[in-house]
Structures are given as structure tokens and as C-alpha cells.
Design a protein around this ligand. Structure first.
Ligand SMILES: *Cc1c(COP(=O)(O)O)cnc(C)c1O
Length: 453
């Protein structure tokens, strides 16, 4: 693109666009990257620079950018229709996709409720779970209005999803608007004072058990990100935690709601994180990679038992009064179907398990560096936590972290940090060679800025 055209876009970007999760006062001080096109694992900007997509365009991209098959699926659907409503009518791709999703997810999940963002999928899960108990028995379950949640949980940005989230800063601003829940510790061993992982898991599970014994008549269910709490710092749960929570939900007869918006669709090396521990949730939220990173779609899957509690012969009785305008949109469902088809065709899970080893090995080789406090992750979701001091675990200062991210960009790698935590969440189809290139660029920059050892 010609430089004057680029400059014009830079000006208009600042004049008209308010960017999400962005302090615009700071953003305005830097020359922004404006993406013009994509191809495979790469993004290209208006200045002609090329970047390896190490954050999968915010954890969504599966088969690479500008994928011919996904493009074709959209074109093919467009020849019929782009959108009609699921309110009162149905459509072909939404039916086909629902069948596929029910077959792919754990057995207990039998029904699909569509929406458009991960936040909405969680919002729906919360309302559905709450109403489920009221539908069963409004008198017996009249006090059920709270969820057990995890500290450092992230479930989206709408008021309901913030309410079940565990980010203190978000809660502080909206304290008057959000509803109350019961929060337990995040099972992140590195950040805990426990001697062993087993001891930590045992202690948090015992805490949940105690809460449930004392207050189960108030509790609707547990809402959690299974295996990895992504957006707050990529906290990886030890093996057995998820299973333990499931067992407690069964023991006390409350619902287990898992938010697989980030970890679903192969990200952790299994199609869904629940499969790592053979867990059967009552409700599962899906989003992000569901369309291969093409279009906004989300889904809330639920059990036959929950679905049945909403049945009646009158429109106004027990009905779930919730639905977004573009729910089950044909174009979006068509690309999601092709995404699932390609997953199989390219044996993507097998590929991820191979490239994951490369990612893990390369990042773990940095463990001896004095500023690398912790390397953690599963599948193609890894984090390097940078510290000033390995003993005190004091976070590396943010300007230095930002400098590292900036230098990675200058060398052709797009990655993001969550405070002092550098995250590697690449395009799922990224080749082994590209994964190596990604970690090489980061390593080079790390050594240059912070010294070699
Ligand atoms: C991204 C994310 C969400 C929110 O999804 P949006 O599409 O951004 O609304 C919810 N839960 C988890 C675990 C996420 O990672």
C-alpha cells in the first residue's frame, strides 16, 4: 500500500475507532499496525510487513488465514442465503452443525443453543442454569442464586459473565452492577505457597466441599475454565482438579458449567479440555475457534435433563426467554461446519500433539534464564512468566515486557503479553518449522534485552 494511503488510515483509525481493552491515550502514541491481509500462519500489514501469527488472531485461528476451503464454504452458502432467523424458523447449516457438535462433545451434552460471542455463551449458561432450578421447583430452589467460581477466572465482558469472573480490577469498577458469587482459589501451583500440587488440589477441593455442605441450597453450580484459565495469565490446573470438581458437583447435586471458549477445539491437544480427565459437564460454552477463526459464533451445549426442565405446553411457561438476532446464522454455521470437516481431514489433533512438543521443548529450554520464572501450558497454549527475581517471583517491569513484545513484532512475530506473562497461542495448523521460528525470534529478543544467562 502507498505510504500516503497508509498514513490516511492511521489518522482515521485514531479519529474514529475506539479499540477494545485498549488505553487509547497510550495507543495514540505509537504507529499502529493495520492488517491488510493474511495467508496461512502469516499476517501482512499496510506497510508490507509480514508477521507470524503467534496469538492466532486472539486464540481463534485454526487452519490458517485465507484458507481456500473455508473461503469456499462461505461462497457456497452465500449463493443460497446469508441469514434468516432461528426464532420461529430453522435453517440447514445450523441443524447440521448442532448434530456435529453434539457428536463431538461429551456424551451428556445433547442440545445446542447458539449465540455470537463467548461472553453471550456464558451469559446464556448462567441464565439457563439458574432457570433450570426454578423450573424444577420454584419453592424448593428459591434461594439458588449463586455460582462457585475461581479466582482469576475469565468468562467474558458482559455484566453476567463478569459476575462469574474472578478479576479483581473488573469487579471493582462494576461492583454495583454485578451479582454476588462465591470465589475459591485458582489452582495455580507456581503462584501458591503449597509444598506439592496434590496438597494444593486437595485443599481447594476440600474448601469447595465445605462450601457446598454449608450452602448448597444457595448454589446453582460451578462455573470454570477447565484445565487452563487463559485470559488472566494462562494458569494451568494440575491433573485431577477438574475431575475432583466434577465429583463434588455430583455429590452435592449442583451443575457443572465449563467454559471451553478458549480451550475448546484442539487448543490443549484434545478436542475439548474435558476429555483430558474424562469429565461430563452439564453445560459447556464454546466460541473462539468454533468457526476456524473466521466469523463470530458461540454455542452453549446442555444435557437432555436441563433441556427437559424447560418443556411445557404453553408458550409462557418454563420458556427460556433469551435469543440474539443473529443466533444460528447460516453463513457462520456453514464455515464452522467446514472447520470441523478440515479438523478431521487434516488430522489436526495429531499435528497439534507434534508441534506442541516442539513448543514445549523450546520454551522449557529457557527455564534456566534468570528472568524466566515459570514455563507452563498444554497443547498449543503456553506461557512464559517473566520475573525480576526467581526467588521472590516479583514480576518483570511492564515497560521491559512491552519492549520485548515490540521487538518480536519488528522481527516478524505477533505475540501478546498478559502483564508479565508472555503467551504463545499460535494458529493451530502452524507448521513445526514455523513454531520453531516463533520461539527462536522470542529467544533471540529475550537474550538481547535481558542477557543470555
Ligand atoms: C475469550 C473468552 C470469553 C469471551 O469470549 P468473547 O467472544 O470475547 O465474548 C469467554 N470465556 C473464555 C474462557 C474466553 O477465553
Amino acid at each position: 500500500m502507498k505510504l500516503n494511503k497508509h498514513n490516511e488510515l492511521v489518522d482515521k483509525n485514531l479519529e474514529y475507532v475506539w479499540h477494545p481493552f485498549t488505553q487509547m491515550g497510550v495507543y495514540a502514541q505509537h504507529d499502529p499496525i493495520i492488517i491488510q491481509k493474511g495467508s496461512g500462519s502469516y499476517l501482512y500489514d499496510t506497510k508490507g510487513n509480514k508477521y507470524l501469527d503467534g496469538y492466532a488472531s486472539l486464540w481463534v485461528n485454526v487452519h490458517g488465514h485465507n484458507n481456500k476451503k473455508l473461503n469456499k464454504a462461505i461462497h457456497k452458502q452465500l449463493k443460497n442465503i446469508a441469514h434468516s432467523t432461528l426464532l420461529g424458523s430453522s435453517n440447514i447449516p445450523s441443524i447440521q452443525l448442532a448434530e456435529q457438535l453434539v457428536k463431538l462433545t461429551p456424551t451428556r451434552l445433547q442440545k445446542v443453543f447458539y449465540s455470537d460471542t463467548g461472553s453471550a455463551a456464558v451469559e446464556i449458561a448462567i441464565k439457563m442454569a439458574y432457570q433450570y432450578w426454578k423450573n424444577l421447583d420454584p419453592v424448593k430452589y428459591k434461594n439458588k442464586n449463586k455460582f462457585i467460581t475461581l479466582h482469576n477466572g475469565y468468562h467474558g465482558d458482559t455484566i453476567g459473565s463478569v459476575s462469574v469472573g474472578g478479576i479483581d480490577a473488573f469487579h471493582k469498577i462494576f461492583n454495583d452492577l454485578i451479582f454476588e458469587n462465591i470465589q475459591v482459589d485458582c489452582p495455580s501451583f507456581y503462584h501458591s505457597d503449597y509444598e506439592t500440587e496434590e496438597e494444593m488440589v486437595e485443599s481447594i477441593l476440600t474448601h469447595i466441599d465445605t462450601i457446598l455442605r454449608e450452602r448448597s441450597e444457595e448454589i446453582v453450580g460451578v462455573v470454570m475454565e477447565p484445565l487452563i484459565q487463559g485470559a488472566t495469565g494462562l494458569f494451568v490446573h494440575p491433573q485431577g482438579f477438574l475431575k475432583g470438581v466434577e465429583q463434588l458437583c455430583r455429590k452435592h447435586n449442583i451443575l457443572l458449567i465449563v467454559d471451553e471458549v478458549a480451550v475448546g477445539f484442539g487448543r490443549t491437544g484434545q478436542m475439548f479440555a474435558c476429555y483430558h480427565e474424562d469429565v461430563e459437564p452439564d453445560i459447556m460454552c464454546l466460541g473462539k475457534a468454533i468457526t476456524g477463526g473466521y466469523l463470530p459464533l458461540a454455542a452453549t451445549l446442555t444435557s437432555q435433563k436441563i433441556y427437559d426442565a424447560f418443556l411445557s405446553d404453553s408458550h409462557a411457561k418454563k420458556t427460556f426467554f433469551h435469543g440474539h438476532t443473529y443466533t444460528g446464522n447460516q453463513l457462520v454455521c456453514a464455515v464452522a461446519l467446514e472447520n470441523l470437516h478440515l479438523f478431521n481431514k487434516h488430522k489436526l489433533l495429531k499435528h497439534i500433539n507434534k508441534t506442541s512438543k516442539t513448543l514445549k521443548r523450546s520454551l522449557e529450554s529457557l527455564n534456566s534464564h534468570p528472568n524466566v520464572g515459570n514455563v507452563r501450558g498444554r497443547g498449543l497454549m503456553y506461557a512464559v512468566e517473566l520475573v525480576e527475581d526467581k526467588e521472590t517471583k516479583q514480576p518483570l517491569d511492564i515497560p521491559t515486557v512491552e519492549r520485548l513484545i515490540m521487538m518480536c513484532k519488528e522481527r516478524g512475530l505477533m505475540i501478546r503479553n498478559l502483564e508479565n506473562i508472555i503467551t504463545f497461542v499460535p494458529v493451530l495448523s502452524m507448521s513445526n518449522k514455523e513454531v520453531k521460528k516463533m520461539t527462536n525470534i522470542f529467544t533471540e529478543v529475550l537474550f538481547e534485552v535481558l542477557g543470555k544467562a
